[in-house]
Ligand binder design. Structure first.
Ligand SMILES: Nc1ncnc2c1ncn2[C@@H]1O[C@H](COP(=O)(O)OP(=O)(O)OP(=O)(O)O)[C@@H](O)[C@H]1O
Length: 723
């Protein structure tokens, strides 16, 4: 009767055999399952064998009946445990009983008669048919059970969605006085919130809801850092309301380690929204402005921006960082210090040009302007052929992204030298959009004077405000005009803030954290990927560009970075930091060779680096003559790197208002926010006599550059932005 067991277990017994192969005979697989036909065949042959053997050996017929009854009971119990359908259990029990009945009858009347054989055949066919039918029925039942389970989950989900929809319809009605109809609720895959797709009542616009974002968030008891932001829907009568329920901005997320190639045309990621969606910037025609007070994560963000440009195959990045070049250095030094193994190509820096001084910045901006003008002339035919008024940017004609750290401060500086620089930056912004030169400016504060500039307002629509918990001087309404409901305290985390682009409305965002080790990895990973400046541009840029990695131009990069204290600088003159490169050059060329063993080693390395770069990558045409020595410029005033670079208390030789250190003093006072600074603290900061500082600050207040807050011995000077 063992074979009948196999018939009834067909469905659950279909696993492939794991029995080891037996050598020397037919393989008898006891674990193999049966289909309805083989099962019935196996059962009937088994019954026939038992009946003939039993008849021949005079076995008591009751035994077969007893075994059949036991099988029927066992299978009924097993069927119940497996939750088989009643009809399946009945069919299997009946198979056992009919089989046992026939065997008993055949043992009594003889199995070798036509009647016995005929009835056995009929039983076999019946068993096969019944098994097939119960199997089909069980499969159908199983499928139906799965479908029912899915329907239950869906019903539960849609019940949850319906609850959310009803709750938000009520809330919007209560807080905004607008009755919307929610058409869909989509849960974010990250599990950190949901989006409502709502239909607005006639004559209502989504910004009426957007303006009440903070009130909606409070009404919904959302955790800190979570928002309910209404944005445009598929048409003007619909709105999408993003509701974040988990604060994704709180956690520090490392820069994604997939350093895959990017293109300026398909967007460069700068960070992510509360729903973990990446924010792409499209900078073919747009400039960008990143505002972040000290400690907000601005330097980190500049590195993330440079990482994106380094990964792009159609971008060359020029960096101006008068703060001792600190933002750009991390992208140059890994290449400069790289010791290629034999046969290995030297690394190219992650940026294509770094200006750490005012002179170098002028050289760079002049070259960029020449490039732009020459591109306009030389690429006329190409643009006509391509039927476009925008230069077709790509790996063969790369876009130049000019990243200027604290660039907004240069633009608003009152200093004469800075004004000259500012004029060139503005010319680049105004003239070279079509020719593939765009800028990213950073600013310490969103001062009215930065955004008061029409050019910046018009050209820099990609805007970022890193708040990092800082409230002073953070005027989001100036940076994101027309967007209401943004509050600085929604993003009190470093690297978090608000970001808006023409494609993505201003809302909360977070920048990835990028570590120096990742910068080194990206420099290595992208070294072979950077485009080469097109010949037209390289010729226009001339020696200034071709010799940008010359030893004398990059010698400062090897100087110890922390600025020397004022006293040292004043005493020796030797201690002047790497900012004034021309000073280094002059000493070597005009006077006796100074005792600078390490510098000559540096020169040697730098020369080798320059040779290798040109040899392997041909980044620039070989210059035919030494560049004219440039007239040293007075260093600028309003940047921290230049703070200690002054000479004395006398007025600036250019006739600028106040002594040279005044801009530094004003910057420090601005940094102090609404608390302001006492003249004595300013004197300590700039290392000047109190008397001289008092007079200069007073004069600045009279010119309107500072505000004097009279409070007896606690009187302070406050920057107009914070007054
Ligand atoms: N995206 C980020 N995620 C998490 N933490 C960050 C992020 N960005 C910056 N931080 C933290 O904030 C600190 C300051 O960052 P960063 O130096 O970039 O700020 P900053 O605004 O440039 O300040 P400073 O002007 O003083 O250099 C970092 O050391 C890091 O601990």
């Amino acid at each position: 009767m063992a074979t009948t067991t196999e018939v009834t277990m067909t469905k659950n017994n279909s696993k492939p055999s794991t029995q080891p192969e037996v050598q020397g005979g037919p393989v008898w697989d006891w674990a193999a399952g049966h289909g309805p036909v083989t099962g019935a065949l196996s059962a009937t042959t088994g019954m026939f064998a038992v009946a003939t053997t039993g008849a021949a050996t005079a076995m008591p017929p009751g035994w077969a009946l007893a075994v059949g009854a036991a099988g029927a009971i066992g299978h009924t119990a097993a069927g119940i445990r497996l939750r088989n359908a009643g009809r399946t259990i009945a069919a299997r029990a009946a198979s056992w009983l009919v089989g046992a009945g026939w065997t008993t009858w055949a043992m009594t009347h003889g199995p070798l008669t036509w009647t016995a054989l005929g009835s056995l055949a009929a039983i076999g066919v019946g068993m096969g048919t019944a098994t097939r039918s119960t199997n089909l029925y069980e499969e159908a039942r199983e499928e139906e059970a799965i479908a029912a389970e899915q329907r239950a989950v869906a019903a539960e989900l849609s019940a949850e969605r319906r609850t959310i929809a009803a709750e938000w319809v009520d809330r919007i009605q209560r807080v905004c006085g607008i009755t919307v109809r929610v058409l869909a609720v989509e849960q974010w895959p990250t599990g950190t919130g949901f989006t409502l797709d709502a239909e607005l009542p006639g004559g209502t616009t989504y910004d009426q809801i957007a303006a009440r974002a903070a009130a909606l968030s409070a009404d919904a008891h959302l955790p800190h850092g979570c928002t309910a932001v209404a944005g445009p829907g598929v048409h003007q009568g619909r709105t999408l309301i993003d509701v974040s329920t988990v604060n994704a901005l709180e956690t520090e997320t490392p820069y994604p380690t997939d350093y895959a190639p990017l293109s300026l045309l398909t967007g460069i990621p700068w960070g992510y929204r509360s729903n973990a969606e990446q924010i792409l910037t499209y900078l073919r025609e747009q400039c960008a402005l990143v505002v972040g007070p000290t400690g907000s994560g601005k330097t980190n963000m500049v590195h993330v921006i440079l990482a994106g440009f380094a990964r792009a195959t159609d971008v060359l990045t020029f960096v101006i960082d008068l703060n001792a070049g600190s933002a750009g250095l991390s992208w140059v030094l890994p290449a400069l210090q790289h010791q290629p193994a034999p046969g290995e190509r030297p690394l190219r820096p992650g940026i294509d040009w770094l200006a750490g001084t005012v002179e170098e910045a002028h050289t760079m901006l002049d070259a960029v302007l020449r490039i732009g003008h020459q591109r306009k002339i030389s690429y006329q035919a190409l643009m006509a052929r391509e039927d476009t008024d925008l230069l077709p940017i790509g790996p063969s004609i790369p876009q130049i992204m000019l990243v200027i750290d604290e660039g907004a401060e240069i633009l608003t500086s009152m200093d004469k030298a800075m004004k000259k620089l500012a004029a060139k930056i503005l010319e680049v912004i105004r003239m070279l959009r079509a020719m593939g030169v765009r800028t990213v400016l950073t600013a310490l504060g969103s001062t009215g004077s930065v955004l008061g500039n029409l050019m910046i307002r018009r050209e820099a629509k990609v805007r970022v405000a890193l708040t990092g918990g800082e409230k002073e001087g953070m005027d989001l309404s100036k940076l994101f005009p027309g967007t209401r409901g943004l509050k600085v305290d929604q993003a009190p985390y470093k690297g978090a803030g608000f970001m808006g682009t023409p494609e993505s409305a201003a809302a909360l965002f977070k920048c990835w954290r990028i570590l120096p080790s990742q910068i080194r990895e990206i420099v290595a990973a992208t070294s072979e990927r950077h485009p080469v400046l097109d010949a037209v541009s390289a010729t226009a840029a001339g020696d200034a560009y071709a010799r940008r990695w010359d030893a004398d131009r990059i010698a400062w990069m090897h100087q110890p970075q922390p600025a020397a204290p004022v006293s040292e600088l004043d005493e020796g003159g030797e201690g002047r930091r790497g900012l004034n490169l021309s000073a280094l050059r002059d000493e070597r060329e005009d006077g006796p060779e100074p005792e600078q063993g390490p510098v000559s080693e540096v020169d040697r390395l730098a020369d080798a680096f320059m040779r290798e770069i040109d040899e392997h990558f041909g980044t620039a045409p070989e210059p035919t003559r030494r560049p004219e020595r440039e007239r040293p410029e007075r260093p600028g005033l309003n940047l921290s790197a230049l703070r200690d670079n002054d000479g004395d208390d006398s007025p600036a030789p250019q006739g600028g208002a106040g002594p040279e250190w005044l801009a530094d003093a004003i910057a420090a006072i601005a940094d102090a926010g609404s608390a302001g600074m006492k003249p004595s603290a300013v004197a300590d900061h700039v290392g000047r006599s109190r008397q001289a500082v008092r007079e200069a600050l007073k004069a600045a207040a009279e010119r309107g550059e500072l505000v004097y807050r009279d409070n007896g011995p606690h009187s302070v000077y406050v920057h107009p932005d914070h007054a």
